[in-house]
Ligand binder design. Structure first.
Ligand SMILES: [Fe+2]
Ligand SMILES: [Fe+2]
Length: 294
């Protein structure tokens, strides 16, 4: 059995000091939003409790689906690298970026430099999609992070990435791998259009044609399960987790993470989902447990 943990959207706090030169355009609106609202949601103590509980479960691998940063200040990237390093080695953790990581154009190079080891393939090469094999599990990392105008939180995969993604799914299917797709934005959501993955319809057509066994996402900061159409009448679970640093009592779900116990073989996979999160007393407890696949 392979145990995969999934956490997302840590939005590391506190925000490091920004230079005046950095606080222009989109970063300025993001900074105001952080000061007014988000800093009261994302709590370092909550994140530490979630990570400590996750480590006690000793998963074989941890998937982190984006939004380590908040407004992609240069100083947020080394802080993110240190947080990832405390979570585990780049061999044991796979990261895909979110819209808050690629908030502005220059963030692409910061993320590659500081976090590249966590978003590279089996040979250590970067670029999206990338694939990592861990036993009979294959992790496929996608990037929906593109710099956007102020007040937009949209995502975009693009035709090139989607074409490669289709080829990767096909190849991994022939290898009988349990394919886990890691993506920041959910392919199905009730969120308003300015927060959505804009090419989700194309993405869903790729999944419908080539299938996948499991899709993990963040971004909406709530527990979500949606079933996507796969080939030949199959269905693919798309599962989202709340922000791993969300205090109890805010307008989104409290901090949580999911564990996936993956077992079986192609044609007869089993995957049990165990959700653990913060309760009203501040303790991290099991909230749900059910068979997702099989
Ligand atoms: Fe987020
Ligand atoms: Fe996001």
């Amino acid at each position: 059995m392979f145990v995969l943990a999934h956490l997302s959207d840590p939005h590391l706090a506190p925000l490091p000091a920004a230079s005046w030169g950095e606080l222009v355009g989109k970063r300025l609106t993001g900074y105001v939003n952080w000061r007014r609202k988000r800093r009261f949601v994302h709590d370092p103590g909550t994140l530490a409790a979630i990570v400590a509980d996750l480590k006690r479960q000793a998963p074989a691998h941890i998937a982190v689906t984006g939004d380590i940063a908040n407004i992609a200040l240069a100083a947020e990237f080394p802080l993110g690298r240190d947080w990832l390093a405390r979570l585990g080695s780049a061999r044991d953790i796979t990261f895909v970026p979110g819209n808050h990581d690629i908030y502005v154009r220059e963030a692409i190079k910061f993320a590659g430099r500081q976090w590249g080891a966590y978003m590279s393939d089996d040979d250590g090469l970067g670029g999206f999609p990338f694939v990592r094999h861990r036993g009979n599990v294959a992790l496929i990392g996608l990037s929906t992070g593109v710099p956007t105008a102020p007040l937009l939180a949209t995502g975009w995969l693009g035709a090139n990435q989607l074409a490669e993604f289709a080829a990767v799914l096909n190849k991994l299917k022939s290898e009988d791998a349990f394919r886990v797709v890691l993506i920041h934005h959910p392919p199905v959501t009730a969120a308003p259009r300015h927060k959505r993955l804009l090419d989700a319809p194309v993405f869903k057509r790729v999944i419908a044609a080539h299938g996948a066994e499991l899709l993990l996402h963040g971004h909406d900061h709530v527990h979500m399960i949606n079933w996507l159409d796969g080939p030949n009448g199959t269905r693919v679970p798309a599962v989202g987790v709340p922000s791993a640093s969300a205090r109890h009592g805010t307008d989104k779900d409290s901090a949580a993470y999911n564990l996936y116990q993956i077992d079986g073989a192609n044609g007869a996979w089993r995957c049990e989902l165990i959700s653990r999160g913060l309760d009203s007393s501040g303790a991290v407890v099991q909230q749900k447990r059910f068979m997702l696949v099989g």
